[in-house]
Write a protein that binds this ligand. Structure first.
Ligand code: FAD
Ligand code: SF4
Length: 517
């Protein structure tokens, strides 16, 4: 059996070809990249997500081998007899009589803990590297985030703009403004829908992976795609980035919050669909930012500052921010539930079969494509779970499983924090709770819905209307003193007692029988 001095582990979301590990070829170092049951089974994933990760890992292993590195790529066929990652690494350490073991800091707490606690043969002490992916190194997160402390995203974002000198003019923001939200966030008119660019889809043959999943009894959800449309290597990821900056960036901010049921092949609207490539590190955030900014600088007449700033805010702001909140607050964050939400997630989240058009679209699209854009996640599915008080653990499981891009470091703060307010306001300064009016304003869902968005009570009234008031009423003690919400209680108090009790009765009826919605 061959001997290697050093064993380096590459996790499925660490496919970063630019990492300094790969600067030179070290014949004494063996890279291990492995499909593992512990990763397919810790939550029920969308089948396209599992295929996407496995295909990307295979491509990455091939790319490293072609560059001259020693690589051991193991499929489920070779790893299924190992109980977990620890067992695999222990055996490989013995088999190759290694003296050193190295890994990159995992982004997920569970894997970080597992690797930290792992004991290797002959007392080998692991050496941990940064992933060199994010703009903020892991070791610096503590300078920005503290456990239990609310950090305003806007302040963090401005610090990041200054620190990395992005869209700056000296110490001032380019265009004299940090934020262009008022110009952005328009709804789509019918004529806008016709010109939405079609998403760039790839055709990656994943039939062998699908066979493997079947053979090893891996349980997954969602619609399989033998020709996987997601980018699974660097080349495709760069093509998707180029497509985004060319075709979508000019209207990115403007229609960032819009939703439509008439999109047909345009289900991702002007969104980038880059989150999967970014989260498995096929792309760096820096190169994504640079590509968007370069397009703006070269074609200022086509790409306005408002559009590019809207995009930069997502990558430089939100993406780095949620990671900071996650690491400062784990592991307690994963248990937070300040609103004591405990209802069961309705079955239609797994089928999309509901008469509520907004939910049918958002869930149906998620099952079909393993994708929904931010506002569908936050203001449709997330809002429904918030208003109905679904147990956040169940909400997390659903989000963590269904989306291509779902990894706990980014899923959890978005779900528990931003969408469910389970952290009591560590991320959001108020719950993102909305009645049907918001959906009606930002989409065309309501006009084709069984329910009537203008009605608040009665069997055909939009369920979100009464659920909204039920939510506000049951959490009055906690929310009333919030200056961003106080006004809502004044409106509630102005209603007649009869109107209030009709709303609460309608909501109680819905909560008692959510499956029939
Ligand atoms: P775009 O709209 O094109 O945005 C560009 C990029 O900005 C994204 O690719 C992403 O990397 C980043 N970004 C935008 N918003 C956020 C955000 N709130 N947090 C972190 N990064 C952001 N994103 C994930 O990557 N994984 C998740 O598991 C995930 N779960 C979410 C759960 C909920 C309840 C909500 C409300 C949001 C979640 N998000 C998650 C954030 C966001 O919805 C997705 O990043 C985005 O929809 C991905 O699609 P896109 O690449 O087309 O994004
Ligand atoms: Fe959703 Fe209500 Fe509009 Fe129907 S009427 S699509 S349930 S917001």
């Amino acid at each position: 059996m061959a001997h290697y001095e050093n064993l380096r582990l590459i996790l499925g979301d660490q496919l970063h070809a630019g990492h300094s590990w790969f600067n030179c070829v070290e014949p004494d170092t063996l890279y291990v990249i492995a499909e593992l049951k512990q990763e397919t089974d810790y939550v029920r994933h969308h089948v396209q997500k599992v295929c996407g990760f496995f295909a990307a890992m295979e491509h990455f292993a091939r790319q490293l081998t072609a560059a001259g590195h020693q690589v051991l790529h193991l499929t489920l066929d070779e790893t299924s007899h190992w109980a977990n990652l620890d067992a695999m690494l222990s055996e490989l350490a013995q088999r190759y009589t290694i003296n050193h073991f190295e890994y990159q800091q995992p982004d997920e707490y569970r894997l970080s803990e597992q690797l930290e606690k792992m004991r290797l043969p002959r007392g080998i002490v692991p050496n941990v590297w940064d992933t060199e992916h994010f703009l903020l190194p892991h070791g610096e997160l503590c300078h920005y985030f503290k456990a239990g402390q609310h950090v305003r995203m806007e302040s963090f974002y401005r610090r990041m703009r200054r620190r990395f000198n992005i869209l700056m003019n000296g110490d001032e923001p380019l265009g004299q403004r940090w934020n262009f939200d008022t110009e952005n966030r328009q709804r789509l008119r019918e004529e806008d829908i016709e010109v939405i660019p079609r998403p760039l889809l790839f055709s990656n043959d994943v039939s062998a992976i699908l066979d493997r999943l079947k053979k090893h009894g891996i349980k997954a959800l969602g619609t399989p795609a033998e020709q996987l449309p997601w980018p699974v290597n660097r080349e495709q990821s760069l093509q998707l980035l180029a497509h985004f900056v060319q075709a979508c960036l000019p209207d990115f901010g403007r229609f960032q919050d819009a939703m439509t049921g008439n999109g047909e092949h345009r289900w991702s609207l002007y969104h980038s669909r880059l989150s999967f490539a970014l989260n498995c590190k096929l792309l760096t955030p820096e190169e994504v930012l640079n590509a968007a900014i370069a397009r703006y600088r070269q074609h200022p007449a086509e790409v306005e500052l408002a559009q590019v700033e809207g995009f930069v805010r997502q990558i430089l702001g939100w993406r780095e921010y949620v990671r900071g909140v996650y690491w400062a607050n784990m592991p307690d964050y994963a248990e937070s539930n300040v609103l004591d939400a405990g209802r069961i997630l309705p079955d239609f989240f797994w089928t999309g079969e509901t008469r509520m058009h907004c939910l049918r679209e958002a869930i149906g699209q998620s099952l079909e494509h393993a994708y929904a854009h931010h506002i569908q996640r936050l203001m449709v599915t997330g809002n429904f779970c918030l208003l109905t008080g679904i147990d956040p653990a169940q909400v997390d499981q659903w989000y963590l499983g269904i989306y291509m891009d779902a990894l706990q470091w980014v899923e959890l703060p978005n779900t528990r924090g931003m969408s469910q307010f389970a952290d009591g306001g560590l991320i959001a300064t108020k719950p993102y709770a909305a009645s049907g009016n918001y959906v009606s304003k930002m989409s065309d869902y309501c006009k084709d819905c069984y329910y009537q968005v203008r009605e608040r009570t009665g069997a055909r009234s939009c369920p979100l209307n009464s659920l909204y008031w039920h939510f506000m009423s049951r959490h009055r003690n906690r929310l009333e003193r919030n200056p961003r919400i106080g006004m809502i209680y004044r409106n509630w108090d102005k209603m007649t007692a009869g109107a209030r009790s009709a709303l609460l009765d309608r909501a109680e009826g819905i909560l008692a029988d959510m499956e029939s919605l």
